[in-house]
Write a protein that binds this ligand. Sequence first.
Ligand code: FDA
Length: 305
Amino acid sequence: MLRSVILAASRSSRVEQLVATAPFSRDVVRRFVAGAQTADALRVTRELVDGGLAVTLDNLGEDTVTPEQATATRDEYLTLLRQLAEAELTPGAEVSVKLSALGQAFDEQLAYDNARAICAAADAARTTVTLDMEDHTTTDSTLDILAKLRKDYPSTGAVLQAYLRRTESDCRELASAGSRVRLCKGAYKEPESVAYQSTREVDKSYVRCLNILMSGDGYPMLATHDPRLIAIGEDRARWFDRGPERFEFQMLYGIRPEEQARLVGEGYTVRTYVPYGDDWYGYLMRRLAERPANLAFFARALASR
Ligand code: FDA
């Protein structure tokens, strides 16, 4: 219920304005977002890489409505990739891209062209791109664009969401040699017709999908903070004899950093997803929806003012 309310608020421009202008927001945002500028992204990446983590960077922004905005997002990724390479932070750092930020909603060809330019820049920087997955109305389009990009840039990664009923079948399609798949639970509000609704059903689906990916020929990226699913991932890695170069764990910046460090200490590859930029509202609301305890954190920041 609370999750639905917060996810509905994540689409409301009125609530966005209230939250964005509230003085306490800055402290809350700082926990989950590296900062507003490219330099902040580089600084945080350096800290994480020095701590033994791999990184994927997300320039915040989604639901772009003009070609100019889409082009500006593309250009920011090109600048970021150039600076990451100059700072010798690649290939440890890669980028995550939302096609909606590149124009997918109004011009699929433009989104593809922009994504392709980012893949070319990543290739020149000796690193990779992963396409984030958004709500279910975009899944087919995103997987189509992925397939086209992979013809020239085969290491381009996909995200699959365990809450979607279709995902087991998508995992089977993508569990092939050379393919990189990030498996997450899914962060959007989806109808019952396409998505499992209960935590138990989503978790069971995650395990089925994890089994398919870990027993397949691709490179699984297990994106979760859930202790039970991480333990199952560790178990399957032993079972399928997957060393740190054949799969990885992924977690979000600011969430369970001590667990990220523990897994690194155990010898696993762990990649932290680091968002940066001004357009943090939708991202922050999805993080709050995932965990009501974060609302208490939000409230404490408010009370301390
Ligand atoms: P779950 O939400 O059940 O949490 C398990 C435990 O983790 C909690 O009990 C708590 O200890 C901790 N935890 C989880 N969330 C927390 C939070 N916000 N704050 C503090 N603690 C928290 N989704 C999507 O739809 N498309 C995408 O492209 C991506 N991309 C993506 C990349 C990466 C690297 C990650 C880790 C996640 C995504 N997601 C995503 C988000 C994903 O779908 C999901 O919403 C979150 O990861 C939360 O689900 P968990 O698997 O962590 O479990």
